[in-house]
Design a binder for this molecule. Structure first.
Ligand code: GLO
Ligand code: MG
Length: 345
């Protein structure tokens, strides 16, 4: 079978300015046009969009205005030959989402979250992508007794059903993350995402997105998460990055910390044929705070470069020898085979 030719993307938020909870930005903001140009220049094919990346200040705009601005953006993307990989409602900034979005205790806030998601679907239609990514940032609890997690599931299903009914083609790609900003999230793993899909009106249009760092934060192996999602035919998007252990979400360059795990993630993508039906490899990575403006694209360029180098490693791995060692239950030498292959000796 012909080898998969992977397509790459990132989001405008991945060219971030360096602020953290303890200090301000360390780089001046770049314009959206600059980001689009960089994307093309560095061999990427598509951009991911939050709803308000596509239509800034979306909450102040009418449906008509939102559509008009989305159409103007589509024209710009077409002129530059850039696709939109997905649209994601940003449901963690507005005052209405302080206590959660779809699962807020306040009915008005829940309505806000659903309405905003429907507008995101309208934008996705105009940008010609059928993927709505749902990173359920504030769906969870800080204080367990403040929420009813069973009701939380019902609210999530109600919200997903509204989105599925709004558009017959849209597919919901749930991005699980176990914590941050919440203490505990309601959909912490791919298993949770795929289980809740079955409660919706159209389970086959509810799938998932795996982010390497989020899997690591959940104490899971990202490669196994990939295999699991693919066993259901439900891996529709991917945020590759890296994470150094159980601490704040780091969004480090792909492979920079867990090189062997990155190799295993690529092997999992390869054996499942990820990318053969138009799926993209997205890098949800951020520059280190120390990064100078003139080195601004390096984290993205390097992640893509590492991916392509590890892809060669995955494709040149001695599968016959691995098979022989597996048959002999000689996992010691299988382990060493992998290590030496990665070391290039
Ligand atoms: C944060 C998430 C975030 C989402 C993005 C798309 O931890 O990874 O970056 O991927 O907002 O919805
Ligand atoms: Mg992500």
């Amino acid at each position: 079978m012909a080898k998969t030719k992977y397509k790459f993307c990132f989001g405008p938020w991945n060219i971030s300015e360096g602020q953290d909870p303890y200090g301000p930005t360390t780089r001046p903001a770049q314009s959206f046009d600059w980001k689009l140009k960089q994307l093309k220049k560095h061999g990427f094919d598509a951009m991911m969009f939050h709803d308000d990346d596509a239509v800034p200040d979306i909450d102040t705009k009418s449906e008509r205005q939102i559509r008009k601005e989305a159409r103007a953006l589509k024209q710009r993307l077409d002129d530059l030959g850039i696709a939109a990989e997905m649209v994601a409602p940003r449901l963690w900034f507005a005052p209405e989402t302080i206590d959660g979005a779809y699962t807020s205790n306040d009915a008005k806030c829940r309505r806000y979250a659903i309405e905003r998601s429907l507008r995101s679907i309208d934008i996705a239609n105009i940008l010609e992508t059928d993927i709505l990514v749902l990173w359920l940032a504030r769906e969870g609890s800080y204080i367990r007794e403040s929420k009813d997690a069973r009701r939380g599931v019902d609210y999530l299903v109600q919200a997903f059903d509204r989105m599925l009914a709004h558009d017959r083609r849209i597919r919901l790609s749930i991005e699980p993350k176990p914590n941050e900003p919440m203490d505990h999230a309601y959909i912490p793993t791919i298993g949770h995402a795929l289980a809740i899909a079955n409660l919706t009106r159209d389970p086959k249009r509810v799938g998932c997105l795996i982010e390497s760092a989020h899997a690591i934060l959940a104490g899971l192996d990202p490669a196994d998460e990939i295999d699991f999602a693919c066993a259901f035919g439900k891996l529709w998007s991917l945020h590759l990055n890296d994470q150094n252990g159980l601490k704040y979400d780091q969004d480090r360059p792909f492979g920079c910390t867990n090189l062997r795990s990155a190799f295993d993630q690529i092997r999992a993508l390869e054996r499942n044929g990820y990318g053969r039906h138009g799926e993209y490899v997205c890098f949800d990575v951020h520059p280190f705070r120390t990064t100078r403006p003139e080195h601004w694209m390096r984290h993205l360029v390097n992640s893509r470069r590492t991916f392509l180098r590890l892809l060669q490693k995955a494709r040149s791995f001695d599968e016959a020898e691995a098979k022989r060692l597996i048959a002999d239950r000689n996992y010691q030498d299988l382990d060493q085979l992998v290590i030496e292959h990665l070391m290039g000796v």
